[in-house]
Design a protein around this ligand. Structure first.
Ligand SMILES: C[S@@+](CC[C@H](N)C(=O)[O-])C[C@H]1O[C@@H](n2cnc3c(N)ncnc32)[C@H](O)[C@@H]1O
Length: 263
C-alpha cells in the first residue's frame, strides 16, 4: 500500500480499540477494491480506516447490534466515504440475503459471539467468498490474570463461596488463543494464524483503578456482578484497589485470529 497522508487514521487517543485494531491490521490482507464486512463495528474502529484503504472501487459494510453505535458512526461519517455503510444487525444471525465479502473483520468482536462461538463463526464464514480472509480480535484467556488471581485469592480469604462460584464461571467462559485456532481448523479454513500480542494497561491504586475508563467499563463490572449485595461488592473492590501495586503490570492479550476460506 502506498504511503500517503491518512484522512481516517486509527484514533491515537484510543488506548484499547486502536491497539487491537493495529494488531488486526498486521494480519489483514488489505487492498484497493476489496469488499469488507466489518462486524461489531461500534463507532467505526477500524471501519473508517478500512474504507479509506479499499477506496471507492471497494466497499465496507459495518454492522453493530447497537442502534446508538450505528447512529454515532453515521454522524461521524456524514456524507464522506459513500462506499462505507453502517447498519444495525446481529452478527450472530446476519440476514440470509446479505452478499458475499472478500474480507470479514471484527475488532474486539469474539467476546460477543456468545453463546456458541463456533456456530457464530461458521455463519459468518458463509458470507465469505472462497479465497477470502476473516480476521477477528479479542482479549484472550490470560488477559488481566494477575488481577483475577488476586480477586480469587481474596474471595477465598473472605469466604465468599457463592461469589467465587460465579466468578469461576466468568473465568472459564473466556476463550483462549487455542480455542480460537480450533474453531477455524474445524471449519476447514487454511493459512490460520492465532497470535497474541501483549498490551500493558497502566493504572494506579484506589480510585484510579476503580474508575479506570477501560476497566470499569467492562472488566471490573464483571466482578461486581458476581455479588448480590452491591455494598459488599464495593467494600471488596475497595480492598482490591488498595492492593494494585501487588498485581501490576496489568497485561491484556490481544488475540488475532485469521484464516482463509478454501477456493
Ligand atoms: C468492544 S466494542 C468494539 C467496537 C469497535 N469494533 C472497536 O474496535 O472500537 C464491541 C461492539 O460489539 C457490538 N456488539 C455486541 N454484540 C453484538 C452482536 N451480537 N452483533 C453485532 N454487534 C454486537 C457492541 O454494540 C459494541 O459496539
Amino acid at each position: 500500500m502506498t504511503q500517503r497522508t491518512l484522512r481516517w487514521p486509527l484514533p491515537a487517543h484510543d488506548y484499547w480499540s486502536t491497539p487491537f485494531a493495529e494488531s488486526l491490521l498486521r494480519h489483514l490482507d488489505l487492498k484497493q477494491g476489496v469488499r469488507i464486512l466489518d462486524i461489531a463495528s461500534g463507532h467505526g474502529i477500524p471501519a473508517f480506516y478500512l474504507a479509506e484503504q479499499v477506496g471507492q472501487t471497494g466497499l465496507v459494510l459495518a454492522v453493530d447490534l447497537s442502534l446508538h453505535q450505528v447512529a454515532r458512526a453515521r454522524a461521524i461519517q456524514g456524507s464522506q466515504l459513500p462506499w462505507l455503510r453502517f447498519d444495525c444487525a446481529d452478527m450472530r444471525a446476519l440476514p440470509v440475503d446479505l452478499p458475499m465479502f472478500d474480507r470479514i473483520t471484527g475488532n474486539l468482536s469474539v467476546m460477543f459471539l456468545r453463546p456458541n462461538r463456533l456456530a457464530a463463526v461458521r455463519c459468518l464464514i458463509e458470507h465469505l467468498t472462497p479465497g477470502g480472509q476473516i480476521v477477528l480480535t479479542f482479549p484472550s484467556l490470560g488477559t488481566f490474570d494477575s488481577l483475577w488471581q488476586r480477586v480469587d485469592q481474596q474471595m477465598v480469604r473472605r469466604n465468599l463461596a457463592r461469589e467465587r462460584a460465579r466468578f469461576q464461571e466468568y473465568l472459564t467462559e473466556r476463550p483462549s488463543v487455542h480455542d480460537a485456532r480450533g474453531w477455524l481448523e474445524s471449519l476447514g479454513l487454511e493459512r490460520i494464524d492465532a497470535v497474541e500480542y501483549p498490551l500493558e494497561v497502566a493504572t494506579g491504586p484506589g480510585r484510579e483503578f476503580l474508575f479506570h475508563p477501560l476497566l470499569r467499563g467492562g472488566f471490573l463490572d464483571d466482578v461486581y456482578e458476581c455479588f448480590e449485595d452491591q455494598s459488599l461488592a464495593e467494600q471488596f473492590m475497595n480492598g482490591i484497589a488498595e492492593q494494585v501495586p501487588q498485581f501490576v503490570p496489568l497485561i491484556a492479550q490481544r488475540c488475532v485470529l485469521s484464516g482463509w476460506k478454501r477456493i
